[in-house]
Design a protein around this ligand. Structure first.
Ligand SMILES: [Zn+2]
Length: 293
């Protein structure tokens, strides 16, 4: 993958790295593997119930009193991390802007907050342990730049396109928000009769975000010189963060009713569907029999 061929400079990045952060926010990094993996599973993207309800401790810590760079700086940094995020955000926003325009709809670009340790956001405090997530309340993707190094260690593999998949997945949640899908899912979850039913909506939402990430990959395949090896990288990541794989690692057993993001096989399948077709209409995970997702 040659991400430097992607367009950059589209704006929307807030650089809060090196800010005051949240006390103790960084302690989990490099620490207990199982914990990190659990948190990756939980926060690898939006979990509307958990985030809006402030369900997890990592999200509800009190904010730091001193955050000198809380407002962030835009367009200041020239380091590789920043350049990478800038191009990924610009490119994903551009692709989805085009898709929306062709459908006669308006697209408001997603924004992205780069931080280290912790930062205050529209959905509460983001900490290093949160993993990347999208906050539908302020339309921002939150990423701790150390996450990718953690991904390499914990998930046994990284690479530019694996990282790109992560960001494109989060922007996929923004697209769902723009389309009103996230709201509908939240309403359905509230009226769900069982936890398994509520979880099933979450799985559909997550698999659709995977598919949307694939759509983006399709649209930049030539521009970013994406190779078969790159695609394999993303598919491996999608498999590594499948609920079955994470549960097997954490608890030694798999409980499908408790899935919130989908199995390894499902995540790989939907990313691939998006990548092969480049067609967001093929990402309709909501009108499929749940057992056949
Ligand atoms: Zn997600």
């Amino acid at each position: 993958m040659d991400w430097k061929n992607l367009p950059g400079g589209g704006g929307g990045i807030e650089d809060r790295r090196g800010g005051g952060g949240v006390p103790g926010g960084g302690i989990a990094v490099g620490g207990v593997g199982g914990l990190i993996i659990a948190l990756i599973a939980m926060f690898f993207g939006i979990d509307p119930g958990a985030i809006l309800g402030g369900g997890d401790g990592a999200q509800t810590q009190p904010p730091s009193q001193s955050q000198p760079q809380a407002q962030g700086q835009e367009g200041a940094a020239t380091d590789e991390d920043y350049q990478f995020m800038d191009r990924l955000l610009t490119s994903t926003n551009q692709v989805w802007g085009n898709v929306f325009q062709q459908a006669g709809r308006t697209y408001t670009p997603a924004r992205l907050v780069l931080y280290t340790r912790g930062t205050q956001g529209g959905c509460g405090v983001a900490s290093s342990a949160s993993g990347p997530f999208y906050c539908p309340l302020d339309n921002k993707v939150y990423i701790d730049t150390n996450f990718f190094a953690m991904m390499d260690r914990q998930l046994g593999g990284g690479g530019d396109f694996a990282y790109s998949y992560v960001i494109a997945h989060e922007v996929g949640h923004h697209v769902q928000n723009e389309l009103g899908i996230a709201d509908q899912v939240e309403r359905k979850q509230r009226s769900a009769r069982t936890e398994a039913e509520a979880n099933s909506y979450s799985v559909r939402l997550e698999l659709q975000a995977d598919c949307f990430a694939g759509v983006w990959g399709n649209r930049v395949e030539e521009q970013a010189s994406i190779t078969q090896a790159d695609i394999q990288e993303a598919v491996s990541t999608a498999q590594a963060i499948g609920d079955d794989n994470l549960q097997r690692q954490q608890a030694g057993r798999v409980v499908p009713d408790s899935f919130t993001h989908g199995s390894s096989q499902q995540r790989a399948k939907w990313f691939t569907t998006g990548f092969k077709t480049g067609d967001p209409n093929k990402c309709d995970t909501f009108n499929q029999n749940y057992n056949q997702l």
